[in-house]
Design a protein around this ligand. Structure first.
Ligand code: MN
Ligand code: MN
Length: 267
């Protein structure tokens, strides 16, 4: 059950309206990382959730995002208002000015219609929580960029509030994911193939014009990692050799270190 209270979650004050900034704000209204997308993603995940405790979390945050939608929509409307009467302002966003009468609608800053394709809903709680952590990180960085392009102190104040809440949500989703007690990299029930899972394929090689070269780091060395050099080139060599093997009288060779799944893919 939803209930609306005639009060914004955060008071919005705008000094001088800036229609161009109002247009940018629409990214957080009807955009891919915007508040409607967040509200729908978490609420619909919540509808699908069999875990009562995490369902409560998803519904709490999903509902808060609807309140954010109201705040950012109010802020955008205040900035877009000059489009109602001022021709120069209307030229900033004709779609909003002519079709929308200077108000907000569910479009992003480029006028693309909001779409359910923005939502990441898999029905697997830990996978959904990972999507939500990433969604909050994207929302945070978009708010940060909006703040950096904003001159109005009142608008900045409201955006700082909204940006901060995204970090709060990120913390909550992260804690919820950890509370599931799943082993790291354990997703679903079918285990990955041993050996292959720890092989790092050095698929980008050579030296770049800016001095880029093969990097080593904890993403490809130490622990269980095994570095596999240029598997595609080795695969070509292996194919030639195996053609030789098919000739009568050829002796059996030792196994190749190139993984079989990889061989099948390019066969
Ligand atoms: Mn939000
Ligand atoms: Mn959020």
């Amino acid at each position: 059950m939803y209930h609306h209270i005639k009060k914004l979650m955060y008071t919005v004050n705008v000094g001088t309206p800036d229609p161009r900034f109002g247009n940018m704000l629409l990214e957080q209204f009807g955009g891919a990382n915007g508040e409607l997308a967040a509200a729908m993603q978490y609420s619909i995940q919540g509808l699908n959730c069999d875990d009562a405790d995490r369902k409560d979390l998803l519904m709490d945050i999903g509902t808060e995002e609807l309140s954010h939608l109201e705040v950012v929509g109010t802020l955008a409307r205040m900035h877009l208002k000059p489009m109602k009467k001022d021709r120069d302002a209307a030229e900033v966003d004709p779609l909003i000015a002519i079709a929308g009468g200077g108000g907000v609608s569910l479009f992003n800053s480029m006028g693309d219609a909001w779409t359910a394709d923005y939502l990441k809903i898999t029905g697997e709680l830990d996978v959904d929580l990972r999507s939500n952590i990433a969604a909050e990180a994207r929302a945070k960085i978009v708010y940060e960029r909006l703040i950096n392009f904003c001159d109005d102190p009142g608008s900045k104040d409201a955006l700082q509030f909204l940006m901060t809440r995204e970090i709060t949500h990120m913390k909550a989703f992260t804690a919820a994911l950890e509370s599931l007690g799943k082993a790291p990299f354990s997703v679903g029930k079918i285990p990955p193939t041993p050996v292959l899972v720890d092989q790092y394929f050095n698929d980008s090689t050579g030296e770049g014009d800016e001095g880029e070269s093969d990097a080593r780091g904890p993403w490809n060395q130490g622990g269980e990692w095994e570095m596999v050099e240029v598997p595609e080139l080795r695969q070509g060599v292996e194919n030639l050799e195996s053609r030789d093997d098919e000739r009568p009288g050829k002796k059996e060779r030792a196994g190749s270190p190139v993984p079989k799944t990889r061989a099948r893919r390019s066969a």
